[in-house]
Design a protein around this ligand. Sequence first.
Ligand SMILES: NC(=O)c1ccc[n+]([C@@H]2O[C@H](COP(=O)([O-])OP(=O)(O)OC[C@H]3O[C@@H](n4cnc5c(N)ncnc54)[C@H](O)[C@@H]3O)[C@@H](O)[C@H]2O)c1
Length: 354
Amino acid sequence: MTQNLNSLAARMPLAVLGAGAIGRMHIERISAHPEVCLAGIADPSAAARDLAASLGVPWHEDPLALLNQTAAQAVIVATPNATHTPIGLACIARGLPVLVEKPISDTLAHAQQLCDAAQAAGVPLMVGHQRRHNPILQRARELIQAGLLGQAVSATVMATWLKPDDYFDMAWRRQLGGGPVLINMIHDIDALRFLLGEVVSVQAQTSHAVRGFEVEDTASAMLRFANGALCTLNVSDAAVAPWNWDLAAGEAAHYAQQDVDSMFISGTEASLTVPQLRIYRYTGQRGWHQTLTEERTPLHRVDPYVAQLSHLRAVAEGRATPVCSGTDGLRTLQTTLAVHEAARSGTTVHLSHA
Ligand SMILES: NC(=O)c1ccc[n+]([C@@H]2O[C@H](COP(=O)([O-])OP(=O)(O)OC[C@H]3O[C@@H](n4cnc5c(N)ncnc54)[C@H](O)[C@@H]3O)[C@@H](O)[C@H]2O)c1
């Protein structure tokens, strides 16, 4: 016990590769975290070099050069999607446990390459679907796994909100792959997989009727889960609406929290809303003429990025297995890409999970 406390007393040095929007969020939280500290930053931008100087940590434009010159014991990869696999492979080759931001990679083949390398080397690979570290989602999963719903039947999930016009000043956000399916819906799909298990088929439609960009502004998907449950999942970044995880869950201070739910999940015994964790069920006679009771579980608001850092350390030290493994990241990406494929082809896309 004393040994555990002593070993936890020293903060584990983490390298952050890529210090853009999400990399800086990690750096901010690492800097205030009791269990980890910042070993260095790699990012070719002058802004990243200045940030490293202001924090007094090593900086290099090249991730591999940084890893050679620091004593990082684990790594966060927060670079653009197409670089996740080459950079992740380099970390794995050095035996460094690695948390790769979502999506795990730019293609399924590259994602598989990363998973295979991690498995062959026995190096932990994690993917940054941070919602899995939110106690609200964890509680929802516990309730479902304990049988609260009975047999899961139906889910309705919304990710509707308004992105400001200047968000689209960056060209890649107006082009295929830069839209709300791959950027936002992927998180809802991962959360659904966390709660309800594997998705076996996908139907979908996308629309760009509001903004007229190459990329979609709105998408609807219908998912069938291996357990037979069906889900409709709606995303739009052109809608004035509060119904989405980021606003409802209040995870980050830069979103004004809304007193709403974004996930509605029903089964043969009860229904559950998330993130408010409202439970509806019958205590006596059952049927639509009877009164449903409503129960609420108090919410535990925790910054999931902070919890994810504790988890990264625990995994790196062999005290935990990844809550979101490389394989999870790969399957979530596969399901998300199937939304685009189903919309493009107008057919049902069947997923295999060999
Ligand atoms: N978990 C989340 O909620 C979440 C949120 C936003 C972004 N992301 C993911 O994080 C990744 C980065 O997104 P972002 O929004 O921070 O992008 P960004 O463009 O703001 O930042 C990317 C940074 O990486 C740097 N970079 C580019 N190539 C590099 C290389 N080879 N080595 C080191 N640095 C390099 C760039 O200079 C830039 O500073 C993406 O994969 C994105 O999907 C995840």
